[in-house]
Design a binder for this molecule. Structure first.
Ligand SMILES: [Zn+2]
Length: 381
């Protein structure tokens, strides 16, 4: 029985090469057991070394890679934008069928709040900082219309494509600078100011915090006042200190901590709802192991409790996670693959630490030689 090994893939890489030839490489050369195929995706510019049609691809800035059923979105504020590469109603489903027919499992790789196109098209659903700036890269997960869109999109993918797993990427609040385009940030912004600039103060987030008993409008004004005073000045060494728990607990007379608690409830509840939706369709959830609640708003305990499969950065990380959560699956994200012996050694280390398998990033971005390293390493285990 081959080890669980999932490779991330863009549908265009399968379609451009001819799906059978591409799957021969994935299953044969790279020895994979699951294809994690992008379904809803974000901006990128790609170098695709073995793609016969587009070795360089200036990608779109937020799209779905299948033809959605319009009726599902009729009552939604947000509607998906279909990729320019989707050339017919069966573009995506034909690839799913081919993956299954090849004896591989199929995972839907979903990207949620990180979407330039949607944040720009629906500014009322975008994240908004304390100064009133609307993000052009991130939707707010506290926004009811955003949440309704995510629900509808997820439901459609689950019902129509029946994935074995679903990767829930960026289903959370995101860092301040995530999605900056060609940034011109020349002068230093302190970590604490960056952190404050990353918090959403849209009306949905402000109302949620008010309901939990704080004067969130007054708090937003206090943060704005602080930023207006702080941003024009060169930070002194004392101000360059990192964001830490003690500061988060006490800043702004502990109002920051109160605001963050509401934010965690907002983001984590959505996450729980989506994992429940997946489970009702027999689909396992996949995500990075949660480790940044102050930024994402995802409570790690609750996320692990409801999720199924988590990806780890280092082979040895599995030991720590598996010790605490023995019934959950932990995969080592083996990126980028180096030589065969090195990769095999690190894969063995991951297994020794308790990892349940591997993920590899990503089929279209790797050269044939690297795909061979992966396959040869997996054969040596
Ligand atoms: Zn918000």
């Amino acid at each position: 029985m081959p080890r669980f090994a999932a490779i991330y893939t863009y549908p265009w890489d399968l379609a451009d090469e001819g799906v059978d030839a591409a799957l021969d490489r994935i299953a044969g050369v790279a020895q994979q057991t699951e294809v994690q195929m992008a379904t809803s995706y974000h901006i990128s510019t790609y170098f695709l070394p073995h793609n016969p049609k587009r070795q360089i691809y200036f990608g779109e800035d937020g799209m779905v890679l299948f033809q959605p059923e319009a009726a599902r979105y009729q009552r939604r504020r947000i509607r998906p934008r279909v990729s320019e590469l989707v050339n017919g109603p069966h573009y995506y489903s034909a690839l799913v069928d081919a993956i299954r027919n090849r004896g591989l499992r199929y995972g839907a790789w979903m990207v949620y709040a990180y979407n330039h196109h949607l944040a720009r098209t629906y500014p009322d659903c975008a994240k908004q900082d304390a100064l009133g700036n609307l993000s052009r890269a991130q939707l707010c997960v506290g926004n009811q219309e955003t949440r309704a869109y995510f629900r509808t999109l997820t439901q459609e993918v689950l019902e129509r494509f029946r994935p074995d797993s679903m990767f829930l990427e960026s289903l959370s609040y995101l860092p301040f600078s995530y999605g900056f385009m060609n940034p011109k940030v020349f002068m230093e912004i302190t970590p604490r100011d960056q952190y404050l600039l990353g918090l959403c103060f849209c009306q949905h987030c402000v109302i949620a915090a008010s309901r939990s008993g704080m004067d969130s409008l007054q708090f937003r004004e206090a943060v704005a006042k602080h930023l207006r005073a702080s941003l024009p000045l060169n930070p002194t060494p004392e101000l360059k200190v990192p964001v830490d728990q003690a500061w988060r607990d006490t800043a702004f007379d502990s109002r920051l901590a109160h605001y963050l608690a509401t934010r965690t409830t907002t983001a984590t509840r959505l996450y729980e709802e989506m994992t429940d939706l997946c489970h009702r369709h027999g689909t396992k959830t996949v995500d990075f192991a949660p480790d940044n609640e102050p930024v994402t708003g995802l409570n790690p305990e609750r996320v692990i409790e409801v999720g199924d499969r988590f990806c780890l950065g280092e082979p040895e990380d599995a030991r720590r996670w598996k010790a605490k959560w023995p019934k959950k699956e932990f995969l080592w994200s083996a990126e980028p693959p180096d030589t065969t012996p090195e990769l095999a050694g690190r894969c063995r280390a991951a297994l020794a630490a308790g990892a349940d398998g591997f993920t590899f990033y990503n089929y279209g971005l790797l050269r044939e030689e690297n795909l061979r390293h992966i396959g040869d390493a997996l054969k040596r285990l």
